[in-house]
Design a protein around this ligand. Structure first.
Ligand code: UD1
Length: 340
């Protein structure tokens, strides 16, 4: 059984990926500093899969602790590196925190990979690297645009660091997955998103408004150049996204011809939905009317982004199976469960 280290494995995307890895027969070790997650997520994972992954509470900024972890955990076949901060607004206010949290930790993990000759690495990147792309849907060859925020910049810099390491490494196969907009929750309602404070992202804001935690959703702008005037994104169910990591890992493991490789893949559904369409979808699956109002645009927001998915379909054999409605239904079930 191959052992996979998942950093940030108790977070939203990390925990769903742990479940899919276990379902596919991988042994999982989780590192998480619990800065934006809870140890109770482990119970959720166990109640879905029946398997308790090894968990080590560890801050990846603590270099001696990282070195010690890898010295005492042999036979790690691959690393999926989720651990990072991801609040765009916070990154604008505290850029150094973001460079420290997202870049230093990546460096320490890559140093350990080199030292222990761990050959497989998956990095959580984001479609934010494309900015407002000139052509839609967005292919992996679309130019990288100047980042709108320090958070976005950490993803661009992270990808560059990995590419540079692959150039000199004897045997490092790396994949950067560029996520579009991850939403939803596990259909079992055992794990899901746990935003701390006021959610910045659309879907948790919708479900928190519907449950009564927030008074009203602000729709940021209705004068975009789109059919209904609201901005368009590619909302991908977190379970589909988790499965994309397993597909990427299987490609890396099968790819051991020696030498190093670096690839990027878009992880989205290929379909764009406007903010109003997301609200309608929520209202349909929940049977509730959502209280919302149109306000001004949010600074830094782009008009439209959705993925071209041919590369990931062809090479990883992965395709999103779940719809926006599935995601809204699961997000709503999860919201009701955690507030009950
Ligand atoms: C945001 C980040 C992106 C990050 C991603 C991670 C910004 C500018 N971008 O993407 O870098 O990778 O989260 O999940 O923060 N909306 C509303 N009202 C709200 C919240 C959102 O109308 O209260 C709209 C936004 O204007 C946008 C859409 O909903 O059009 C999706 O927003 P969000 O969920 O925050 O994702 P992104 O902005 O696409």
């Amino acid at each position: 059984m191959k052992k996979i280290l998942v950093t940030g494995g108790l977070g939203f995307i990390g925990s769903h990926t742990v479940v899919e890895l276990q379902n596919e027969g991988f042994e999982v070790v989780i590192i998480d500093d619990l800065s934006n997650s809870s140890v109770t997520v482990l119970d959720g994972i166990v109640s879905i899969t029946g398997i308790k992954p090894e968990f080590i509470k560890l801050d990846l900024k603590d270099k001696p602790a990282v070195i010690n972890f890898f010295n005492t955990h042999q036979n790690i076949a691959g690393v999926i590196h989720f651990a990072a901060s991801k609040a765009v607004g916070e990154s604008v206010e505290n850029p150094l925190l973001y460079y420290e949290n997202n870049i230093t930790t990546l460096i320490y993990v890559l140093q350990a990979l080199e030292k222990h000759k761990i050959p497989n690495f998956i990095f959580s990147s984001s479609c934010t690297v494309y900015g407002q792309a000139d052509e839609l849907p967005i292919t992996e060859n679309a130019p990288i645009k100047k980042a709108e925020s320090p958070y976005g910049n950490t993803k661009q810099i992270g990808e560059e660091i990995i590419q540079d390491v692959c150039k000199i490494s004897e045997n490092l196969n790396a994949i950067a997955l560029r996520y579009f907009n991850p939403v939803g929750a596990h259909p079992s309602t055992k794990i899901g998103e746990l935003p701390i404070g006021t959610p910045q992202n659309l879907v948790p804001y919708i479900t928190q408004t519907a449950i009564g935690l927030r008074e009203q959703l602000s729709v940021f702008g209705d004068d975009y150049n789109t059919p209904d005037g609201t901005a368009i994104r590619d909302y991908i169910h977190v379970v589909d996204l988790a499965k994309a990591h397993v597909a990427a890992l299987q490609r890396l493991i099968a790819n051991h011809s020696g030498g190093s490789t670096y690839e990027t893949f878009n992880i989205g559904t290929g379909t764009g939905s406007s903010v109003l369409e997301v609200i309608q979808s929520f209202e349909k699956v929940s049977g509730k009317k959502l209280n919302y109002k149109i306000v001004g645009k949010r600074e830094g927001d782009i008009t439209a982004a959705y993925a071209h998915t041919r590369k990931v379909n062809d090479i990883l054999g992965w395709k999103a199976q779940l719809t926006l409605e599935d995601a809204m239904r699961d997000a709503w079930k999860w919201e009701q469960k955690i507030r009950s």
